[in-house]
Design a protein around this ligand. Structure first.
Ligand SMILES: [Zn+2]
Length: 127
């Protein structure tokens, strides 16, 4: 045996449930478009609606202009040592002098070439 659900009627809106507004508030139309209106306190004489403000102000300026492209490969400024095609040395995006760059080039070990997975044919040749 299941329990019976209690049915409750949804509350009906009536005039007594309106949003309370203090008597000193009054409604003012937007002084530019005269379409939008807003409840304001007694000391406010005129308003400008959000649509008119956005038309007056205009779009926001872009904070930072895009950096010009260097033509170097992606992530070059993150490398400890990067040598450009012109032979300039860079470390973490900062240009080094020729002497500093060559010293850093000798100090850093050369990256090992990745060994690829042997194919079936090359494995059979080794045997
Ligand atoms: Zn307006």
């Amino acid at each position: 045996m299941g329990r019976k659900k209690k049915v409750v009627a949804a509350p009906q809106l009536d005039d007594s449930m309106e949003v309370y507004r203090p008597p000193e508030n009054h409604m003012v139309d937007c002084k530019i478009c005269h379409i939008e209106s807003e409840w304001v306190s007694a000391d406010v004489g005129a308003i400008i609606c959000d649509t008119c403000v956005s038309m007056l102000v205009g779009p926001p300026e872009i904070a930072e202009p895009p950096k010009p492209a260097t033509g170097y490969p992606r992530g070059w400024h993150l490398r400890t040592l990067f040598i450009s095609d012109e032979g300039n040395y860079f470390s973490k995006g900062v240009e080094l002098s020729n002497k500093e760059g060559k010293a850093l080039e000798n100090a850093t070990p050369k990256p090992k070439l990745a060994k690829g997975k042997k194919s079936k044919s090359s494995r059979s040749k080794d045997k």
